[in-house]
Ligand binder design. Sequence first.
Ligand code: AHR
Length: 499
Amino acid sequence: MKQAYIKIDKDFQVSKVDRRIYGSFLEHLGRAVYEGIYQPDSPFADDQGFRADTMDLVKELAVPVVRYPGGNFVSGYCWEDGVGPKEERPQRMELAWSVVETNQFGLNEFVDWAKKADTDVMMAVNLGTRGVAEAVELLEYCNGDRGTRFSELRKAHGYEKPHDIKLWCLGNEMDGPWQVGQKTAEEYGKLANETAKVMKLLDPSIELVACGSSHSQMPTFGDWEATVLEHCYDNVDYISLHTYYNCHDGDSASFLANNVDMDRFITDVIHICDYVKAKKHSDKTVNLSFDEWNVWYHSMEQDKQIKRWTKAPHQLEDVYDFQDALLVGSMLITLLRHADRVKIACLAQLVNVIAPIMTSDTGAWRQTIYYPYLLTGKFGRGTVLETRVDAPTYETKKFGAVPSVDSVVVWNEDREELVIFAVNKDLSEDISASMQLKQFEGFRVLEHVILEHEDLFAVNTEENPDNVVPHTCDLSKTESGTLRMVLKSRSWNMIRLGK
Ligand code: AHR
């Protein structure tokens, strides 16, 4: 059997994991909001029209933060349309996705939903068609408490206490030609800076995310980040990264290696942030918010058939297969390996739209990608240890030789648990992996959970929701201070050790 070695040392730590790295995203898009989390006429609806079955799954995931309301949607959004009495809210032509937005669900409903789901809100302001004034008015509506116009409006809408939203995105993907109100880096950098400056005048306790490139292959990538940050470095806290991978060409070997690209993207953006820091002789470090990441491609052809100007159509409804779950597992490992700089990350998205959770009128179910997201989010807490992986490589068309094993080790001091996440991407061979347990004397295997399936393209559906689910196995053991694991061909694994 091929061999791999995972090497750690308790004293060599990357960083504590910021729990917001396990965030998600909910956009007014397709059936994410309407029919996803909100469906007043559903048998699953609670007294506010929120779907209780979806809520249960969101709670099971323990999502720490949800970005809202977009996405491309936010760049044409008037937040005022979605507050106040529902019967007075206007319908709008929603230009990002060519649908009709009813505004029956808006900011206050989202804040209520987030409270029930026990998650924090990451709110985006519209810097596509709007600017400083509307952003600050929205912030005052949400966080103000001085008896002034917009905070009074919130109270008039039935929300006496401020929502106290701490995390804000300064627009969305402003470099993209598809964006309503696309800007050059100069234009956006100046606007982001002014908006950030004024928002912090109103509420200095907030944190702000500036838009980075929409993905690493954008023609302006690199220059965009540098120019934007040169304008707004002092007033923002994070810069965003987005990425979606696909397997259009059926090349699974390359597809599973896409987190190599994610890793480079993160490293490059860190370097750019630190270049601007150096140029400015600044003591401040700008960190990374990877606030859209996932696989996205299955639904692209069928979405071309969608009739324009309908309400909440089936849009971006990717049905994820087992190999998507493997890549999602590897992407989570990559995010964790950069826990010193990636402080926020949002799996895009949460419900129905490129999402781990799907709903129909008759129920809600977990897609394949749900499981690595659930288990990494639940057990990947504590401190990431520098994890060196010496593994065999395999050849890919896209990236050349890449390691067959992705892995990261997290030390959870509170629970006295060492948690190993590992993906074996080798499409045909199992790999025997070992790890010296040096400073973890007496630790034994508490459980080895594996996600595996004989068919890379196996999916979960409403009729067959448990086709791809994790299970425990006995493929790991400790002997004489060494952990020995068998990582089965094309599998995601979580091995928890404790006393
Ligand atoms: O998540 C779907 C879309 O992808 C978002 O609206 C946009 O920000 C990105 O291009």
